[in-house]
Design a protein around this ligand. Structure first.
Ligand SMILES: Cc1ncc(COP(=O)(O)O)c(C=O)c1O
Length: 378
C-alpha cells in the first residue's frame, strides 16, 4: 500500500473558516469591501500588541509598502540578511534602493548584529552615509538578535523594519514581546505555508499613527475620500479581500493552538535527534521564544544533508534545503555585502527543513524521524 505523501507545511483550516467564508458569500462581500478586513486588522494588532495593523495582499506587498513609508528611495541603502527567502529583498529593488547583504550568525541563523553594529560605528566615525533602513528577518520562526541594534539605530536615525513573515507568535525577552513590534514597522505573511493563512495575504504593524495611515493609503491606490477618484500620489492595489480576511480571522482564532502544536512537533524531533552526532538541532536562544515554524536541522556535511534529503523525497516526504543565499543569485550577485557570506553559505549547504505542518500526525512524524535517523547514521 502506498504511504501518504507528507507535505512540508500545509494549511490547517477548520474552526470558523467555513462559517466566515459562507458569511462573505451570503452578504456578497467577497472583494475589497466588507467587515472582515477591519476585524482582521484589529484582532491581529491586539494579538501581537501593536497599535495599528494594515492588511495587504501579500507579505511581499507589506514589505514594499513598509519600505516606502519608511522613506526608502532610489540610492538609499537597506541592509538585509543574505540568507532569507528572496521576497525579503526584492521590494528594496522595486524602490530602486541598494540592498546590502549581511552574513548570518550561527547562534540564531539570522543576520549577524555584530557585523552591522561595527559597520555603523565605522561609518559614523568617518562621517559616511548610513543605511535608511535595517531590515531584520526572523527566519524559520527564530527571532533575530535586535538587542544592540535597537538603541544604535535610534541614536543614528536608522529605521528598523522587521520581516516577521515566518515568525508570527515568536517573542523575545521576559515580557514576551512579539517579533514585528520591536522595530518601527513589522511585516507578516499569510501565505499558504505560514503558521496561519488567509490563502494569501500580509500585514504591516506599527505603533506610529502617521506611518499606519500612509501605509493604508498606499495599499488602496492612494485614493482620497469622495467619489471623484482623486489620488494624491502613486499608490498600489495591495488590499486584502474580505474573503481572505475572513479566513485570516478564523485562523487567528486558532493561533495559540497552532503554536502549541509546533512546539510539540519540535519537542518530538528534538528528543529523537538528541543523540545523533552529525546533526545539529535548530537554534536554542535563551532570550527568545521561537515558534519552529519550519523545524530545520544542520548536518555535518552537504553530502549527508543531500543523501537524507534524497531518501526523504524517495519516501514521499517533502523536505527542503534552506534558501540559496541572495549573494549567489543573479539579481543580487553584484550587491554590496557586509561580511563574507561564509556563515550563510554553510547554513545553506547543510541545512534541511523537515515537515512541520500544524496537523502533522505523530505516526507521519515518526516516518520522517526514521528516514532521517537511517540517513544520518550512514
Ligand atoms: C522571510 C519572508 N519574507 C517575505 C515573504 C513574502 O511573503 P508572501 O509570500 O506573503 O508575499 C516570505 C514568504 O513567503 C518570507 O518567508
Amino acid at each position: 500500500m502506498a504511504l501518504d505523501r507528507i507535505p512540508l507545511s500545509e494549511p490547517h483550516l477548520g474552526g470558523n473558516a467555513r462559517r466566515y467564508l459562507d458569511e462573505c458569500v451570503a452578504t456578497n462581500f467577497v472583494s475589497s469591501v466588507g467587515p472582515f478586513v477591519e476585524r482582521f486588522e484589529r484582532e491581529f494588532a491586539a494579538y501581537v500588541g501593536s497599535k495599528h495593523a494594515v492588511a495587504c495582499s501579500s507579505g511581499t506587498a507589506a514589505l514594499h509598502v513598509a519600505l516606502h513609508v519608511l522613506g526608502v528611495e532610489a540610492g538609499d541603502e537597506v541592509w538585509v540578511q543574505t540568507l532569507t527567502f528572496i521576497a525579503s529583498a526584492n521590494p528594496i529593488l522595486y524602490l530602486g534602493a541598494t540592498p546590502v547583504l549581511v552574513d548570518s550568525e550561527r547562534r540564531t541563523w539570522n543576520a549577524d548584529p555584530g557585523l552591522m553594529a561595527e559597520e555603523i560605528r565605522r561609518r559614523v566615525a568617518v562621517g559616511a552615509r548610513l543605511p535608511r533602513v535595517i531590515e531584520l528577518v526572523h527566519v524559520l520562526g527564530q527571532p533575530a538578535d535586535l538587542g544592540e541594534l535597537v538603541p544604535l539605530c535610534a541614536e543614528h536615525g536608522i529605521a528598523l523594519l522587521e520581516d516577521a513573515a515566518e515568525a508570527l507568535g515568536a517573542t523575545v525577552g521576559t515580557n514576551a514581546r512579539h517579533v514585528g513590534t520591536i522595530g518601527r514597522v513589522g511585516c507578516f505573511s499569510f501565505n499558504g505555508n505560514k503558521i496561519i493563512t488567509s490563502g494569501g495575504g500580509g500585514m504591516i504593524v506599527t505603533d506610529d499613527d502617521a506611518l499606519a495611515r500612509r501605509a493604508k493609503h498606499l495599499t488602496t491606490q492612494a485614493r482620497l475620500p469622495g467619489l471623484a477618484y482623486r489620488h494624491d500620489e502613486v499608490g498600489y492595489n495591495y488590499r486584502l479581500t474580505n474573503t481572505a480576511a475572513a479566513l485570516g480571522v478564523a485562523q487567528l482564532e486558532r493561533l495559540d493552538e497552532f503554536l502549541q502544536a509546533k512546539q510539540s512537533i519540535a519537542a518530538r524531533y528534538d528528543s529523537a535527534f538528541a543523540s545523533v552526532e552529525n546533526l545539529t538541532p535548530p537554534p536554542r536562544v535563551l532570550w527568545s521564544h521561537a515558534t519552529y515554524w519550519l523545524y530545520s536541522v544542520l548536518f555535518d556535511s552537504t553530502q549527508r544533508r543531500d543523501a537524507v534529503l534524497q531518501s526523504l523525497l524517495e519516501n514521499g516526504i517533502d523536505a527542503r534545503p534552506l534558501w540559496t543565499p541572495l549573494h549567489l543569485m543573479a539579481p543580487y550577485r553584484t550587491a554590496p555585502r557586509l561580511g563574507t557570506g561564509a556563515v550563510a553559505e554553510t547554513l545553506a549547504e547543510r541545512g534541511l527543513s523537515l515537515p512541520s505542518s500544524v496537523g502533522l500526525p505523530a505516526e507521519q512524524q515518526q516516518r520522517v524521524i526514521d528516514v532521517v535517523l537511517a540517513g544520518a547514521s550512514r
